[in-house]
Design a protein around this ligand. Structure first.
Ligand code: ATP
Ligand code: MG
Ligand code: MG
Ligand code: MG
Length: 480
């Protein structure tokens, strides 16, 4: 079954059970300063959970574009090295806004996975929240009771708050959760004798998280009960696709095949032949996909916030391109495979093809000049450190690479990983903070107030502006 068919079956299953199919929201959260990127299906419904907004439905289902790089949920450095993590991914979800609760949520998930996706019942596990005295919450016996209808006791496991209490960010809707895992067999595991569900390796794959939304956490850390208990679930499309397609990783599914082919064609190498090079294939495929979607949703590379995350993913992909011998701009070509293969679900990508490729090419050209200098310097320094018996890349060096060559820290981390070395992240952060302080001292105001005042006065005279960023990189607005 192709991923697109799984996506469709999921949405249709929930539609048949009274859910409205709602379109994915943008990767840039609308009107929510607490979030860097949309990181889960529930984001666009935050106000529904809080009881601040009423919609014409109380049940919804989505396939949501998500980005987990930076912010509370950050998987950037897992990418390439686990079979199951991406920066950009699609989350399938069903939601109840004060409608059904635990019983139906568990029933739906079980029925969909075992009857509609045909997953083997004897390989599935469920986890529940073991309770938390600090939150005044007992073990989730209710969820446990519902799971007992489907699973033997030994495959219902209790986990602490760290794993089984879900929160969108430091504030906002949250609640205990129940996750469904599938045992993919020993061959997928880490081989440690204590490898069991909850292990960090890929054997017991977390497929689906059912969140029992019960609280709103405010800035003071206090949990306020929501007006009505609700349901928020999320299942990674790429993960369920890997399981259904019986392949060892998300990157071996049909979702990634066109990108792996494109990278193979450009580099003359083949995915699946060399574990180290495969990691680079995965990083490039993932980051290229993320870059295409981010730019499609209006993000541009910059030195802060969302734009910096975009810059980081593009630069990290370029660095991995070098590992594959790709030393000329290539990423803007790889992303065409993303756009074409996702065009039926996300037609806006292909519509913005020339804009997206242009932005990526521009960033590639800008960075390649300095990438090689920086890499040479880093390699020499690491060799020297190793000869001196040190296993840590100092924060000062990481800062210099960042400041002079525009190296995001993850490029250094990747290189260090290959040499079996650590990075002094705290030292780097320290140095960054000092720089921030310096610039705060010298900051004379950005003039934004004046600019917005000028805009407002023009607007009051009937002057409108039009976004022209899709055709032009430099000028962002044209006065009509
Ligand atoms: P993990 O423990 O594997 O990092 P998570 O507990 O952080 O996952 P949730 O926040 O519960 O993930 O998100 C719901 C679902 O979204 C997960 O069960 C998984 O199927 C999927 N998912 C989460 N993070 C990623 C990711 N980085 N890449 C792909 N799918 C993901
Ligand atoms: Mg995670
Ligand atoms: Mg988890
Ligand atoms: Mg989870």
């Amino acid at each position: 079954m192709k991923a697109r068919e799984i996506r469709k079956k999921f949405l249709e299953y929930f539609q048949e059970h009274g859910h409205a199919i709602v379109k994915s929201s943008s990767l840039i959260p609308h009107d929510d300063p607490t979030l860097l990127f949309t990181n889960a299906g529930m984001n666009q419904f935050k106000r529904c959970f809080l009881g601040e907004e009423k919609r014409p439905y109380t049940r919804a289902t989505t396939s949501q574009k998500c980005m987990r790089a930076g912010g509370k949920h950050n998987d950037l450095e897992n990418v390439g090295y686990t079979a199951r993590h991406h920066t950009f991914f699609e989350m399938l979800g069903n939601f109840s806004f004060g409608d059904y609760f635990k019983e139906e949520a568990i029933q739906f998930a079980w029925e969909f996975l075992t009857e509609h996706m045909g997953l083997p019942q004897d390989k599935l596990y469920a986890t529940i929240h073991e309770g938390d005295a600090a939150m005044n919450l007992g073990p989730d016996q209710e969820a446990e009771g519902f799971w007992k209808r489907f699973l033997p006791e030994g495959r219902i496991l209790k986990f602490p708050t760290k794993d089984n209490f879900w929160a969108m960010g430091d504030t906002g809707p949250c609640g205990p959760c129940s996750e469904i895992l599938i045992d993919q067999g020993e061959a997928m595991g880490c081989g440690r004798p204590d490898c069991r569900p909850g292990c960090d390796c890929d054997r017991y794959l977390e497929l689906w998280n059912l969140v029992f939304m019960q609280f709103n956490r405010t800035e003071d850390g206090v949990l306020h009960p929501l007006p009505k208990p609700s349901i928020d679930t999320g299942m990674g499309l790429e993960r369920i696709a890997a399981v259904i397609q019986k392949v060892p990783s998300n990157y071996d599914t049909d979702l990634f095949a066109p990108m792996m082919e494109a990278i193979g064609a450009l580099s003359g190498l083949r995915y699946g032949t060399d574990p180290e090079k495969d990691a680079s294939f995965r990083v490039i495929a993932d980051h290229g996909r993320a870059a295409a979607f981010l730019i499609g949703d209006g993000v541009l590379p910059s030195n802060e916030g969302r734009g910096y995350v975009l810059r980081r993913v593009i630069r990290r992909a370029l660095r991995h391109g070098r590992f594959l011998g790709l030393d000329r701009p290539f990423l803007h070509q790889v992303v065409v495979a993303v756009m074409e293969s996702m065009a039926d679900t996300y037609p806006e990508l292909l519509e913005n093809k020339s804009y997206i490729t242009k932005v990526i090419l521009h960033e590639e050209e800008r960075f390649s000049e300095t990438l090689d200098h920086g890499l040479r310097l880093l390699q020499n320094e690491m060799n020297r450190l190793r000869d001196e018996g040190s296993h840590t890349v100092p924060g000062e060096l990481i800062f210099k690479l960042y400041d002079t060559y525009g190296f995001p820290i993850d490029i250094v981390t990747d290189m260090a990983r290959k040499m079996g070395m650590q990075v002094d992240e705290a030292g780097f952060e320290d140095r960054m903070e000092k720089q921030r302080e310096q610039s705060r001292k010298h900051w004379k105001g950005s003039g934004e107030r004046e600019i917005s005042k000028a805009y407002r006065s023009l607007a009051s005279q009937g002057v409108r502006t039009e976004f022209v960023g899709y055709e032009q990189l430099e000028a962002q607005a044209r006065v009509l």
